[in-house]
Design a binder for this molecule. Structure first.
Ligand code: NAP
Length: 486
């Protein structure tokens, strides 16, 4: 046998996880092994037991080393036990390896009756996986007002938009829909919309359109079969993908992949469902289908299709777990697994398995993304102030304090609505104020000394907790106006 005849073998990190994790992962492993797929498993730990041993991230170094080596992991759900650290081990794993695309296929399953049965629901949710509110940058700005930073980059948006088109191509899907709240969040959500529309012409073979995310939720319930691939920001994707899972029979049938250009982690959408742990009743299909995604990612298309066919044949034959038929009548997890193994090699007449081509990941620069404007101006400064005064009292005080500095008070807003100078708006106010100062003359040369002088003046009477420069890039405003601001 020549070297080229020897099949490549693929090392994969296998994390059983918590609760029902060990049972569903064992099921997927047994089925993958029964196909003869050339996988070498590396067993690794993460989750509750690791937290309890005092590892604050829930992911020990050995597991990180294993993933760094194998570049591919199949994992069970991980629990963050209450009182052990505040970060989820799942989010840690996704972020450590820049797995920027969360892929969640949603497909009608044989024998699983839902209000949507027969309508051919078959789509893929592509959720941006590392940016947005999930950057986890939060502050209590005053004891009574919390802030979270929603960070969305041009680079991150281009990666996820291109990924969605490439994914559609690999599965022969004709359309990609981008779902955002760009009508309200013009800079953050708007960035994904703009970048999506810029990259779409590079994929002329794929139809594309944008939908506002609240309408997407409505459309998904009303007519889900209209969608092939939906690409969206992290928070939107979190909500829309769970909604979509429910259309096809619930979390027991919802697989997922976290894919980056270096590492991919495959897991069910569901969690550790502790009440079912160790009872041999849980539905392992979600993690089995996650293993199917993994095999395709590795280029093992034959084994992937064999498993998908066998799952369809098994479900079609009426072998169904308790979540579908009731836990008093359901097929045990182990028996269901054996049935799928017994059905490997069989195909159903009624359910097709998609021809999938290798996925081309978007080519990325290893350099940090630095978007250089030709022209950059500073036009003012927002100073966030904590104060028990009324808007009128605070406004009068700040006008006085800013007198003789380079900056003058333009307005004050409360939670985005202008309250000073008064507009007549009926608005509840708090002790948290955004105070907008603009440069009196010569915008573009606001020096640090000007900022220090203003802040020192404000600190004489008030408490400020945050500042933000008001920028213009190439003549375009880099900040939003408030409701009521002109
Ligand atoms: P969950 O574990 O997903 O369970 C919620 C419910 O979904 C279950 O009670 C069950 O519904 C159903 N379900 C989940 N998996 C199923 C399966 N394989 N087959 C059939 N039904 C299934 O969510 P949770 O109770 O909110 O979370 C439990 C723990 O898991 C938490 O610690 C959470 O942080 C963690 N979690 C981890 C991940 C992850 O690792 N990726 C994801 C989500 C949650 P019924 O009760 O109606 O039978």
């Amino acid at each position: 046998m020549s070297d080229t005849d020897v099949p490549a073998r693929f090392p994969v990190t296998l994390i059983p996880g918590d609760g029902i994790g060990p049972e569903v992962v064992a099921s997927a492993r047994a089925i993958v092994e029964a196909t003869g797929a050339p996988i070498d498993w590396e067993d690794a730990e993460a989750g509750a037991d690791v937290f309890r041993k005092g590892v604050a991230s829930g992911v020990p170094q050995e597991t990180m080393d294993s993933i760094a080596r194998t570049r591919v992991a199949l994992k069970g759900p991980l629990e963050t036990p209450v009182g052990f650290g505040e970060k989820s081990a799942n989010v840690t794993l996704r972020k450590l390896y820049e797995t920027y695309a969360n892929v969640r296929p949603v497909r009608e399953m044989p024998g699983v009756t839902t209000p949507y049965s027969g309508r051919g629901v078959d789509m893929v949710m592509v959720r941006e996986n590392v940016e947005d509110l999930y950057a986890g940058i939060e502050y209590m700005q005053t004891p009574g007002v919390a802030q979270a930073l929603k960070l969305i980059s041009v680079k991150g948006s281009e990666k996820i938009a291109r990924f969605a088109f490439e994914y559609a191509r690999s599965e022969g899907r004709p359309s990609v829909t981008c779902a955002t709240k760009a009508n309200i969040m013009k800079f953050t959500e708007g960035t994904l919309k703009r970048v999506f529309e810029q990259v779409a012409p590079d994929y002329p073979d794929i139809e594309s359109w944008h939908v506002i995310v609240d309408n997407a939720a409505h459309q998904l319930v009303k007519r889900p079969e209209q969608y092939d691939v939906i690409v969206t920001t992290n928070m939107n994707g979190d909500i829309l993908s769970d909604l979509s899972s429910a259309l096809i029979g619930g979390l027991g049938f919802a697989p997922s992949a976290n894919i980056g250009n270096e590492v991919a982690i495959f897991e069910a959408v569901h969690g550790s469902a502790p009440k079912y742990a160790g009872k041999d009743v849980i539905n392992p299909t979600a993690v089995i289908l996650s293993a199917v995604l993994m095999l395709r990612y590795l280029g093992l298309f034959e084994q992937a299709s064999a498993i998908e066919h066998a799952v369809f044949v098994t479900l079609e034959s009426g072998t169904l777990t308790g979540d579908v038929v009731g836990y008093d009548r359901g097929t045990p997890t182990t028996v269901y697994t054996e049935a799928i193994i017994g059905n490997l090699g069989k195909q159903t007449e009624n359910w097709t398995v998609r021809e999938v081509k290798p996925l081309e990941l978007p080519a990325l620069s290893s350099q940090p993304d630095y978007v250089r404007p030709t022209d950059r101006n500073v036009v003012g400064l927002d100073v966030f102030v904590e104060s028990p005064l009324t808007a009128d009292e605070l406004g009068a005080s700040l006008i006085e304090l800013a007198h003789g500095t380079r900056l003058e008070l333009k307005m004050i807003s409360s939670r985005g609505t202008k309250v000073f100078p008064p507009t007549g708006a009926i608005t509840d106010t708090l002790d948290h104020w955004r105070c907008r100062f603009i440069i009196r003359e010569n915008p573009g040369d606001l020096w640090d000394e000007d900022v220090h002088q203003l802040l020192a003046r404000i600190s004489r009477r008030h408490t400020w907790m945050h500042i933000e420069k008001l920028m213009e890039f190439d003549g375009e405003l880099g900040f939003t106006r408030d409701q009521g601001e002109n």
